[in-house]
Design a protein around this ligand. Structure first.
Ligand code: NAD
Ligand code: GLY
Length: 349
């Protein structure tokens, strides 16, 4: 088992290993003590993993209750939040009690936000079961739900008390969802970890525990330095401003991971044309994303992508921050004037 400790406004451990789900009860008891606990999961993950988690919790002395949402992004909503908060109140959960998010980023973000606002804040544990959740969303305390005006527009920073990543749960992921997580893993390599990028040239599954630990260490360092996203944490948005525009232009027909791949490659090609990085960088990034089954181009025009990108929540007045690759493992934040963005995207198409 690997242990990585975050030292943000709260200190907590991220435990990564195979078979940890059956130890989850003891791990929770050691860190949080014996209190009331509510598991939150989606219907797919519930059918696969709740029984093992519940047994482990009961064996450790807990009497868990459970709230299950339908799988999918639509469940990351105010309606689910209201349902979950009502469930916690009906079951008399108090401030010493805690929640467990068992699932992917949807379950993690919803549960984390419910924990942030219920009784003005209770503790929660993340048990990520997708690769994306393992390497990104379960760590760092960003929690949110969506509203009709946009994704993640209502949220809070609320750090988990413990993250338990059982790599064996990733074995049941459909290939396309696993591939989406791989796009985020590649992102860490390009941002600041050339060694990780090199490791990804060999098949990822046999080295998954090591790769997840690499990504989480990278994210830990970033969150320790900038928990509230005012500085270097924005590096994690590599490919995301253009990627979100691609997702929206495709009416979410292009998955998040593929959109990040396309967004990263657009930014890399534009950076190469501007002399910010070597001509070889976009080729290397494209090859890596293609090897993990992602497209690197899209049919949308610079005009279409820019119109959407200008509405991005990362916009600050007349600037939007872009993450530019100077080399593999060396990305930097650049605040770009909105008037230059269309030309920049055009260069990358
Ligand atoms: P998800 O939670 O919707 O999971 C994807 C699908 O995989 C679901 O249908 C789920 O039921 C299924 N699934 C999960 N684990 C499984 C398993 N082990 N075996 C079989 N099926 C399984 O999606 P996701 O990609 O994990 O997360 C996406 C969400 O994460 C988005 O809402 C995004 O905004 C959010 N996110 C948050 C952060 C953050 O820092 N908080 C970072 C990145 C993404
Ligand atoms: N997923 C981006 C962040 O945590 O900042």
């Amino acid at each position: 088992m690997k242990k990585i400790t975050v030292n943000a406004s709260t200190e907590y451990d991220i435990l990564i290993g195979k078979g940890l789900l059956s130890d989850a009860g003891k791990l929770c008891a050691d860190t949080l003590g014996i209190h009331s606990v509510a598991i939150v999961s989606d219907d797919t993950v519930d059918a696969l993993y709740s029984e093992a988690l519940e047994k482990s919790l009961r064996d450790a002395g807990y009497s868990p209750i459970k709230f299950v949402i339908p799988h999918g992004e639509a469940s990351k909503s105010m309606k689910s939040l209201e349902g979950l908060l009502g469930f916690l109140a009906e079951n008399h959960m108090t401030r010493s009690d805690f929640l467990i998010a068992l699932g992917g980023g949807v379950v993690g973000d919803l549960t984390g936000f419910a924990a942030a606002v219920y009784l003005r804040g209770i503790r929660f544990v993340q048990i990520p079961t997708t690769l994306l959740a393992a390497v990104d969303s379960s760590v760092g305390g960003k929690t949110a739900v969506n509203i009709p005006a946009g994704k993640n527009l209502v949220g809070a920073f609320h750090q988990p008390s413990l993250v338990i990543c059982d790599c064996l749960t990733l074995d049941t992921l459909p290939e396309n969802i696993f591939a989406d997580g791989c796009a985020e893993v590649i992102k860490y390599g390009i941002i600041n970890d050339k060694r990780l990028f090199e490791k990804l040239k060999s098949p990822i599954k046999p080295q998954i525990e090591d790769i997840i630990a690499n990504c989480v260490s990278n994210k830990r360092d970033i969150v320790n330095a900038d928990e509230f996203d005012n500085g270097i944490r924005r590096l994690l948005n590599l490919g995301h401003t253009v990627g979100h525009a691609v997702e929206i232009c495709s009416n979410f027909g292009i998955s998040h991971g593929s959109a990040v791949a396309i967004g990263t490659c657009i930014v890399a090609r534009a950076s190469a044309r501007l002399g910010i990085c070597e001509e070889s960088l976009p080729c290397e990034a494209e090859k890596m994303f293609k090897d993990y089954s992602h497209p690197t181009t899209c049919k949308f025009s610079a005009e279409e992508l820019t119109t959407v990108a200008l509405g991005d929540k990362k916009r600050m007045g007349q600037t939007i921050s872009f993450v530019l690759p100077y080399a593999i493992g060396d990305c930097r934040i650049c605040d770009m004037n909105v008037e230059t963005i269309k030309d920049f995207i055009q260069k990358g198409l």
